[in-house]
Write a protein that binds this ligand. Structure first.
Ligand SMILES: NC(=O)c1ccc[n+]([C@@H]2O[C@H](COP(=O)([O-])OP(=O)(O)OC[C@H]3O[C@@H](n4cnc5c(N)ncnc54)[C@H](OP(=O)(O)O)[C@@H]3O)[C@@H](O)[C@H]2O)c1
Length: 318
């Protein structure tokens, strides 16, 4: 039986990875922080599973403190979230501990667009993941990365400024005719559990996807699911998008004021598109279509949130 340690196990993705691994018969060790020592709300459903154990620790505790948690572990899956102190420094401590414990493979917390089709500086969050990927070059632990494109839970939420329920608008940069990659968080977890238990993925970037469709097709799905029209707002060309990213970077007090646009320029230009989609390797994972997602939990994207402001007039510069 394969033993998997999941870091970030109390997170929205990590908790589902734990559940899917247990369903596949793995023995799972969930790394939880002291503030969530009982597993917290997200692990409650699986907390009593006989093949699950919780180990308490923080990546910032350092490799020495993490090594005992990794004894006998075959694969580490990291689904942590954070800035460089977590994605680079924290995961490096986890990798060093995995090396010391003789772990075979680690899936880092990527779960993103294709990380490799563009230069450094194009997407600051991809940069963190690429810096950490370099740490595997001289490591006995093999890296397996899982790329899925965008989570619709985020892409259709306020962070991306695509859908604006208060204004009734759907915004697009560029001509909107290139296919983009959309995978729900639950489907990402299902694929990741399958990849974690597949030793043939050692040393590879595995691309899997829920659905590929153009952003204009995505708008059609939104209209069909919501039952009403969403005014199409064309924000500008991809050159205009690049100019807007630079403008925001100069004024930004947080990377979150421009990083969503950095994802979009990669997706809309195709540089961040998934290339070698391996869904066929995991036939027991049936991903959710965008229509199914929007008919279920995704219907919440159509609701006007309290305090939401219309972004119809944004951005003034374009
Ligand atoms: N493709 C996309 O569109 C997309 C969108 C969003 C996220 N993602 C990616 O998906 C992955 C998971 O994100 P998520 O939304 O599931 O994150 P999340 O819900 O915020 O969960 C993050 C997890 O990391 C843990 N954590 C943070 N710092 C830690 C540390 N120093 N030591 C140990 N654990 C630590 C948290 O523990 P606590 O519960 O104790 O805080 C939590 O369990 C990330 O790689 C993220 O970038 C992708």
């Amino acid at each position: 039986m394969t033993t998997v340690l999941v870091a970030g196990a109390t997170g929205s993705l990590g908790s589902l990875i734990v559940a899917r691994l247990l369903e596949r018969g793995a023995t799972v060790r969930a790394l939880v922080r002291p503030s969530n020592a009982d597993g917290g709300a997200r692990l409650r459903e699986v907390a009593a599973h006989p093949n699950l154990s919780l180990v308490v620790g923080d990546l910032t505790d350092g490799a020495g403190a993490l090594v005992p948690h990794l004894a006998g572990v075959d694969v580490v899956v990291s689904a942590v979230q954070g800035g460089p102190e977590v994605i680079i420094d924290g995961q490096l401590e986890l990798l060093r501990a995995a090396e010391a414990a003789g772990v075979h493979r680690m899936i880092p917390s990527d779960f993103s667009i294709n990380l490799w089709g563009y230069d450094y500086g194009v997407n600051i969050l991809s940069d963190l993941r690429r810096v950490f990927a370099a740490a595997f070059r001289n490591s006995a632990v093999a890296r397996t990365s899982v790329a899925v494109g965008a989570f619709p839970e985020f892409f259709l939420g306020p962070f991306h400024e695509v859908l604006d329920p208060a204004a009734g608008t759907f915004a697009v940069w560029g001509d909107g005719t290139r296919k983009i990659d959309i995978t729900t968080i639950p489907d990402t977890a299902a694929f990741t559990a399958a990849v974690a238990l597949d030793p043939a993925t050692a040393g590879r970037d595995i691309h899997v996807v829920g659905q590929q469709l153009t952003v204009l097709e995505l708008r059609n799905e939104v209209e069909a699911a919501s039952g009403h029209r969403w005014k199409l707002v064309r924000r500008g060309t991809l050159d205009d998008l690049q100019a807007e990213i630079v403008r925001r970077q100069f004024a930004a007090t947080s990377p979150f004021q421009y990083v969503a646009l950095q994802y979009q320029i990669g997706m809309y230009s195709g540089t961040a598109s998934l290339t070698d989609v391996r869904n066929a390797d995991y036939p027991d994972v049936t991903p959710t279509s965008v229509a199914q997602y929007l008919a279920g939990p995704g219907a919440s994207h159509f609701e006007i949130q309290a305090g939401a402001q219309s972004t119809e007039d944004w951005p003034a510069a374009v």
